[in-house]
Design a protein around this ligand. Structure first.
Ligand code: GUN
Ligand code: FE
Length: 429
């Protein structure tokens, strides 16, 4: 089997930087990653691995920083073409931009075009795994998984279900949502690198009957993930309370219908009540922080310090097109800025961990993606820490790897991604 030895700077986590601080990461200024059969087979110092594997093909990335590809734990591929739409808050933004665009996915050719475009944009920005909402159209799910499969990428996605408060052309029923989701998960879940994610959009666009049907489907297919939105905007929460008068809080609308669990992904989770935070932690559910979306739509400030102190499982995501950037570097930068507004300076080691290992953990895919260690898939990127003159002049005088990396987190974009690999295959650079 062909062996490829990648040489460059390397950074890898041996622990959780939210517990151990930056010491949870090991940096090598001349490190190496050995790839065989699409997986990482060894990591270490360049000289030692070269000597041990003299037959390996060498790819020398110089000062480039070899990292796991970024893992985006929540986004909407059907919103790619309407990213950065000006001027609305959540509910108006959904009605005036999002739903008309999602309606176009009745056309399979359009879905194929946008799925391919989205995955190519992701790879150009160093994101090797997307977790996506699709539209209510089952063929939008086929389009996403087929495009991911064609690129060798892991994909997490599901049919978005809505049976009220959505236009007729985007509405299903509780029965068709169950039937279509079941057929799709039977077609895709566990096929190659595909994971099916049962996807009620959010409580306002589902009847209690639909949530109940999807909760039953999840109970029948417990290895699937489940994704939705939770407590994003204050007026949304008020709406949920009026639609579900019996519910104790927003999370209870999911919990009461079998939609709270360890393999559940709850996007935003900003304005949590104490009971909600307790239940999320007790069940080990995944909270997905979407900072560029939260600032863009004006949703609020995620309380990272409180959630970390509670011991929540937390991932990071772009939430495009509610989020205004395809770059997980920009998403990390926005997470830092929101942290600053909450008087919590999130360390670059923690930001990097959230965008890789943290997201992989909420997806229950740690060890497989989000990490460059023996056994993991060789989904990896090479970061140029001097990709623009402004970044280069700052990283040139850095005193350690974190100071060298942080300007790229705050100021970097797709120009900082010197190369992207999926299962060892070069997709960029
Ligand atoms: N809540 C329900 N649907 C959406 C969506 O598409 N984007 C965001 N940001 N929030 C939502
Ligand atoms: Fe979202």
């Amino acid at each position: 089997m062909t062996k490829t030895l990648h040489l460059g700077q390397t950074l890898s986590f041996t622990g959780d930087p939210f517990i151990e601080g930056p010491a949870a990461a090991t940096h090598s200024s001349r490190g190496a990653v050995l790839v065989e059969g699409g997986r990482v087979s060894a990591t270490g110092e360049a000289d030692a691995l070269r000597a041990a594997h003299p037959e390996a093909i060498v790819e020398d990335h110089g000062d480039g920083l070899i990292l796991p590809g970024f893992v985006d734990a929540h986004m909407h591929y059907p919103q790619t073409a309407m990213i950065a739409s000006w001027g609305k808050r959540l509910i108006d933004w959904l009605n005036s931009y999002t739903f008309p665009e999602e309606g176009k996915f009745a056309d399979r050719a359009y879905a194929d075009e946008i799925a391919g475009r989205t995955l190519d944009l992701a790879l150009a920005h160093g994101t090797t795994t997307l977790t996506s909402f699709c539209t209510i159209h089952p063929s939008s799910v086929d389009a996403f998984f087929e495009a991911a499969q064609a690129r060798g990428m892991a994909g997490f996605a599901g049919k978005t279900c809505m049976d009220r408060n959505a236009p007729d052309y985007l509405s299903d029923t509780s029965q068709s949502a169950y039937d279509d989701s079941k057929a799709l998960l039977e077609r895709w879940h566990g096929k190659g690198r595909a994971t099916y994610v049962i996807t009620p959009r959010f409580s306002p666009t589902s009847t209690p009957e639909q949530l109940e049907a999807l909760g039953a489907l999840w109970a029948e297919s417990p290895s699937c993930l489940m994704q939705t939105h939770l407590s994003e905007q204050v007026d949304e929460i008020e709406w949920v309370k009026s639609l579900y008068p019996q519910a104790r809080d927003y999370l209870d609308t999911y919990e009461a219908h079998g939609l709270l669990g360890e393999r559940g992904l709850y996007g935003h989770a900003i304005h949590l009540e104490p009971r909600e935070a307790d239940r999320l932690r007790e069940t080990g559910a995944g909270l997905v922080h979407c900072p560029t979306s939260n600032t863009f739509i004006g949703s609020g400030l995620f309380d990272m310090a409180a959630r970390v102190a509670e011991g929540q499982r937390i991932g990071l995501a772009s939430d495009t097109g509610g989020g205004s950037s395809f770059s997980m570097l920009r998403v990390m930068g926005a997470a830092y800025e929101i942290g600053q507004l909450k008087r919590n300076p999130i360390h670059p080691a923690q930001l990097l961990w959230l965008a890789t290992e943290g997201s992989a953990k909420v997806l229950h895919a740690e060890g497989e993606i989000g990490r460059l260690a023996p056994g993991a898939m060789a989904d990896m990127i090479v970061l140029d820490l001097a990709s623009t003159p402004g970044i280069a002049q700052r990283s040139a005088v850095a005193s350690d790897i974190w100071e060298a990396l942080f300007p790229t987190i705050m100021m970097g974009d797709d120009r900082a991604i010197a190369a992207t690999y999926v299962a060892g295959r070069r997709m960029k650079g």
